[in-house]
Design a protein around this ligand. Structure first.
Ligand code: GNR
Ligand code: NI
Length: 180
């Protein structure tokens, strides 16, 4: 297992559309293992391969693990597709490992049904609600080159990306909290 480097916005590579996985083999499982380790190390609840500069449709999520690394319940999604989304919406304060210290409210369908392949390449369908529903939609967005800032107004997005770009130059993003 290895920790991968997470791309930070603004970065053109975060805008690439990831390619479908044709065959789930050991090389794909190795990427999933590395992504999971990277996600836990960064204290994230989800990670899309795009964020580690791998442009394949791979996502890992764990919305149950606590800060002490207990209750691990990793979920693997290969080629995830939203097959159903609810009309009722939910607002979550979102964050992203590729937009450090940036948070804002994003409105998305409250529940969704996802179809994907699991770690062993077997197809499954999952009904998602709450944080999991928000997270899987956030991750599928990454695979399509979309970050949560793209759901905000142009003004908020520009402010967010400008501040991130400045902090990137200062290399101080670890302990800065921004006000938008
Ligand atoms: O760790 C994360 N937390 C989070 C909180 C609210 C909505 C979405 C997320 S996903 C994010 C990790 C990440 O950047 N995944 O792409
Ligand atoms: Ni993200």
């Amino acid at each position: 297992m290895a920790r991968l480097k997470i791309l930070m916005a603004p970065d053109a590579r975060l805008k690439k559309v990831a390619e479908k996985v044709e065959k789930v083999d050991e090389s794909i499982q190795k990427i999933l293992d590395d992504m999971l380790e990277t996600m836990y190390a960064a204290n994230g609840i989800g990670l899309a391969a795009t964020q580690v500069d791998i442009h394949k449709r791979l996502v890992v999520i764990d919305v149950e693990c606590d800060e002490n690394g207990m209750n691990k319940k990793p979920l693997y999604f290969i080629n995830p597709e939203l097959v159903k989304t609810s009309d009722d919406l939910n607002v979550y304060q979102e964050g992203c490992l590729s937009l450090p210290n940036a948070f804002d409210e994003v409105e998305r369908p409250a529940t969704c049904t996802v179809k994907a392949l699991d770690y062993n390449g077997k197809e499954f369908t999952m009904d998602c609600e709450g944080l999991l529903a928000t997270c899987i939609q956030h991750e599928i967005d990454h695979l399509d080159g979309i970050i949560f800032a793209d759901h905000l107004s142009r003004l908020k997005r520009t402010r967010m990306l400008t501040k991130l770009e400045k902090s990137k130059k200062r290399k101080e993003y670890s302990d800065e909290i921004f006000q938008y």
